[in-house]
Design a protein around this ligand. Sequence first.
Ligand code: HEM
Length: 170
Amino acid sequence: MKHPKVMARMRQEIKEVLGNEPPTMQHIRQLTYTKQVIDESLRLYPPAWVIGRQALAPDEIGGFRIKKGDVVLIPIYAMHRHEAFWPDPERFAPERFTSEAVKARAKFSYLPFGGGQRICIGQSFAMMEMQIALVMLVRSFEFELVEGQEIEAEPLITLRPKTGIWVKKL
Ligand code: HEM
């Protein structure tokens, strides 16, 4: 296991909030640390790792001239690991997503669901699904990574693990 302390804290939260009850929206709202774990996972591995826009008119962004029709790519993966926003950016640290830490950061430094007018319409639904799936997995099993595998991210239309992530049940 790569982050046993994070796992232990999440297990504890799930135990305290849910016990053995099936998860409801009421529970989900209280799972603040579990949500931070998901937020931090989406920072390091944003499924939508790059999005694009086509310029309707000439513009200038940060000194770069953009012509009408140019395609501008927004490199979400790179922004999520940019030192200007994320100290020690490669480190997995769910505490980056306490409400105080989020408030202190530039609004558009974190874009797993995009931003502005075209922000993901399914954001809340996706977060709820991820929380339910994680809660059920963590509560039902003790598991750890199969040793010796090389986990490589593959940037297709979405970012995914190239050969899956193998875990074994303890
Ligand atoms: C972890 C899961 C998901 C991620 C990371 C994600 C990410 C995104 C991102 C980054 C965008 C913005 C694209 C852009 O600006 O070019 C987007 C848009 C969109 N997403 Fe998601 N999404 C997720 C789940 C879902 C789900 C579950 C639904 C539907 C139930 C959904 C429906 C949409 C729709 C309809 C748009 C287009 C919105 C518009 O252009 O007005 N997404 N999503």
